[in-house]
Design a protein around this ligand. Structure first.
Ligand code: MHO
Length: 250
């Protein structure tokens, strides 16, 4: 009984924290592809997390295509300055890193699936750099919104570290922290690659090392989804369609 009450209290505390972690945008903003409001309050079956994997344009597209993702948005997190601008973050002086905020439906996709894409879509051993882009604003990061997510993120890192080592890569430099504030980037950066006239730019350097899983993983997606992310093809996310991948692949 006491255990149950403690569990329940933990959920409530997590909820309070997750509501605080996102600075609300002043106005409603629809996702260019998924058509959901980027500023909507989370429903009971929804969760949010922030992923930094270099330039946020390509990273965001990788996540919005996953079935079960409700919305994605790009922004800045992990630094000091409140409400920073793109220009300020680019200077590398605000301490922020470019991140993608992912909101997902827990019944359709698990954090494990998102972590798989996160680890595979960039090289998490590059420190303050991702490919062509250098500076602390391009560092790899996972900013969780509750303790449960935090421990999964850490477990997944430990497991992927072994895979990377076996393949000749060094230490993971990904910053993993809980309860970090998110600031929305300017509107023109949101779903940038789906907008007319956008520059097809992506500097992510996937290691091509497959993320197999970790202690406590609970993948929910059909494995065929991953054929849409072929790391052998350079800049595969850039080349792919903008539309979400069908969830009922046979
Ligand atoms: N090197 C790229 C980075 C774009 S990204 C949104 C550029 O200067 O356009 O950081």
């Amino acid at each position: 009984m006491i255990k149950k009450i403690i569990e329940y209290l933990k959920i409530i505390i997590d909820k309070l924290y997750s509501d605080r972690s996102t600075v609300k945008h002043k106005k409603k903003l629809l996702h260019t592809i998924l058509k959901n409001d980027l500023t909507a309050t989370l429903k009971d079956n929804e969760q949010e997390i922030l992923f930094g994997c270099g330039c946020f344009w390509g990273a965001e597209k990788g996540f919005w295509r996953l079935p079960g993702v409700i919305s994605t948005a790009v922004g800045y997190a992990g630094g000091e300055k409140e409400n920073p601008s793109y220009k300020e973050v680019c200077s590398g002086l605000t301490g922020h890193t470019e991140v993608v905020r992912v909101v997902w439906n827990n019944n359709e996709i698990d954090l494990s699936d998102l972590l798989k894409l996160f680890w595979e879509c960039h090289d998490p051993t590059q420190g303050n750099r991702q490919g062509n882009d250098s500076g602390s604003q391009y560092r790899s990061s996972i900013y969780t919104t509750n303790q449960h997510q935090l421990s999964k993120a850490i477990e997944s890192k430990n497991s992927y570290q072994k895979e990377l080592k076996n393949n000749g890569f060094g230490e993971i430099t990904t910053e993993i922290k809980n309860d970090i504030k998110f600031y929305f980037a300017e509107d023109y950066h949101q779903q940038y690659l789906a907008k007319p006239g956008s520059r097809p730019y992506c500097s992510a350097m996937p290691t091509k090392v497959i993320f197999k899983g970790f202690n406590g993983a609970n993948f929910k997606l059909n494995e065929k989804i991953w054929t849409y992310y072929n790391w052998e093809i350079s800049h595969c996310i850039l080349r792919g369609e903008n539309t979400p991948i069908e969830s009922n692949l046979q």
